[in-house]
Design a binder for this molecule. Structure first.
Ligand SMILES: *Cc1c(COP(=O)(O)O)cnc(C)c1O
Length: 478
């Protein structure tokens, strides 16, 4: 069986069939011929389906692939506007097939002969676009969550007193971050043993940006309480509303107190590729470290994340005691990627990014960002003009939060939750919801550059129709 399963002929046949299935799938989703964006089933229904499939034992793998396609959320559908992952460019997925078969595991140079140099080239390109000088570089890692944790570990190695890696911390360390930051920052701080008190959350202003005017007061208070702040994390942009913190103000504060500035640009750091929108990250070149997910705005499959350091040498401190760092000339050891990353074995992510650069150049990233950010502004105009819709805040990115206001009951939270649930079960659009200042809002994150204003007008129509449905049902339910 193994000889047959490894044979070139088996691969050729299996892969050709799958490519045809996926091409048909792309055609049906991109043309909107497929009506459903999310074929929603409850978790228990779905489990029962697969249990019964599994009970049938081995069978036809093409049928299995088709069922996987049919029962998945269709990110390439122009009416997908839900969670924050890209519909990957097909070429990036093709590169994924290449790298999954070659499976060169990266951690040491001899297992990443191609992907390690490509990773360096990509890191240096991104460093340049951020505005860093030639001392900057970094690496790729498995997701923004891991990149942010790695950055904070580098911050600790650089800014905390003593050698925490060797001896543990004698002080109560802390980081400062806005309350709207992604939850992974909170999680990272807790993993590092900072606890509840070690995560100092600043309130946000009416645009959901960090209240940088309060940094000084919160810092003084923390210091008076015996905490040792080592870093501030700015969001570019935040996850819920897509709000960009004022990086320049945070950088000024960090310079004054000798703190590490990490910018979580997992979603919106990608604007460094856009002349039109890069003003949103003004001051980014003053960060010590920057996270940017390629799988959020830059059209690669997940997970593909860059962590870039202003001083690349800082990245070698993360997982080492300082003495060891000083003895070995690690900064020259860029090609053994495992020294600086959490991962030992790691995917050949750089090949997917490089393939896009090779085929299309950087322009494809610029075009994607400009298209999606522009579309969000047009969608916001539609919402503002609609009598029954209310915008939570003017969008800075491609994330738009709003709610339906003409509810049959006074409970707008309940009403918008119901609408979102109905939309999920209906399946023709995929959007999500979020809570802002204790209020429920619908949240659209424009992911697909093939989405048109007409799609968005239809979304609004659907919301209004569902609304009629709920009002009609209300008396019967009472
Ligand atoms: C998505 C996101 C993350 C988490 O990144 P993953 O790649 O999903 O691990 C972190 N921060 C922000 C601001 C994000 O939008």
């Amino acid at each position: 069986m193994l000889t047959e399963a490894y044979s070139a002929d088996a691969f050729r046949a299996q892969a050709h069939l799958l490519v045809d299935q996926l091409a048909d799938y792309l055609q049906q989703t991109e043309s909107r011929q497929l009506e459903t964006v999310i074929p929603y089933h409850s978790p228990d229904e779905s489990l029962a389906f697969w249990r019964s499939d599994f009970a049938q034992g081995p069978g036809n793998v093409q049928t299995f692939f088709q069922t996987v396609i049919d029962q998945s959320t269709h990110l390439h559908h122009p009416r997908y506007m839900g969670h924050q992952v890209s519909p990957p460019l097909p070429l990036a997925a093709v590169a994924g097939l290449l790298t999954e078969l070659l499976n060169n595991g990266m951690a040491v140079y001899e297992m990443g002969l191609v992907s390690n140099p490509l990773e360096r080239i990509i890191s240096e390109l991104l460093a340049q676009r951020i505005g860093f000088d030639e001392q900057a570089s970094g690496f790729l890692t498995s997701g923004g969550t891991l990149a942010n944790l790695t950055a904070l570990l580098a911050a600790r190695a650089t800014k905390a007193p003593g050698d925490v890696w060797q001896h543990g911390s004698k002080e109560r360390l802390a980081v400062m971050v806005a309350s709207e930051a992604h939850y992974c920052i909170d999680r990272a701080a807790r993993i590092m043993g900072f606890g509840d008190e070690g995560i100092i959350k600043l309130p946000v202003n009416e645009r959901f940006q960090m209240r940088t005017d309060l940094l000084e007061t919160y810092y003084e208070q923390a210091t008076a309480n015996g905490l040792r702040v080592i870093a501030v994390v700015a969001s570019a942009c935040s996850t819920s509303t897509g709000a960009y913190d004022d990086i320049t103000a945070v950088a000024d504060f960090c310079s004054t107190h000798n703190l590490w500035l990490h910018v979580d640009g997992a979603h919106g750091g990608a604007v460094v590729f856009s002349e039109q929108y890069k003003h949103l990250v003004r001051g980014l070149d003053r960060a010590d470290s920057v996270t940017i997910d390629w799988h959020k705005m830059l059209m690669t499959p997940a997970l593909t994340t860059s962590l870039i350091f202003r001083r690349n040498e800082d990245s070698f401190r993360t997982f080492q005691q300082q003495a060891q760092y000083l003895w070995a000339s690690d900064a020259d050891d860029w090609f053994n990627s495992g020294k600086r990353t959490f991962e030992c074995t790691k995917l050949m992510m750089s090949v997917k990014i490089y393939a896009l650069l090779k085929a299309y150049g950087e322009g494809i990233f610029t075009e994607n960002i400009d298209t999606l950010y522009d579309l969000a502004r047009q969608f916001a105009d539609l919402i503002r003009q609609h009598p029954n819709l209310e915008l939570a805040v003017e969008p800075q990115s491609n994330i738009v939060c709003f709610r339906v206001t003409n509810a049959p009951t006074a409970d707008l939270n309940q009403h918008n939750t119901t609408i979102r649930r109905q939309l999920l079960h209906n399946g023709r659009f995929h959007i999500v919801q979020t809570t802002l200042h204790g209020q429920v809002y619908l949240r659209v994150s424009l992911r697909n550059p093939l989405t048109t204003l007409t799609d968005l007008e239809e979304l609004i129509d659907s919301l209004v129709n569902l609304l009629i449905g709920t009002s009609a049902n209300t008396p019967a339910n009472q």
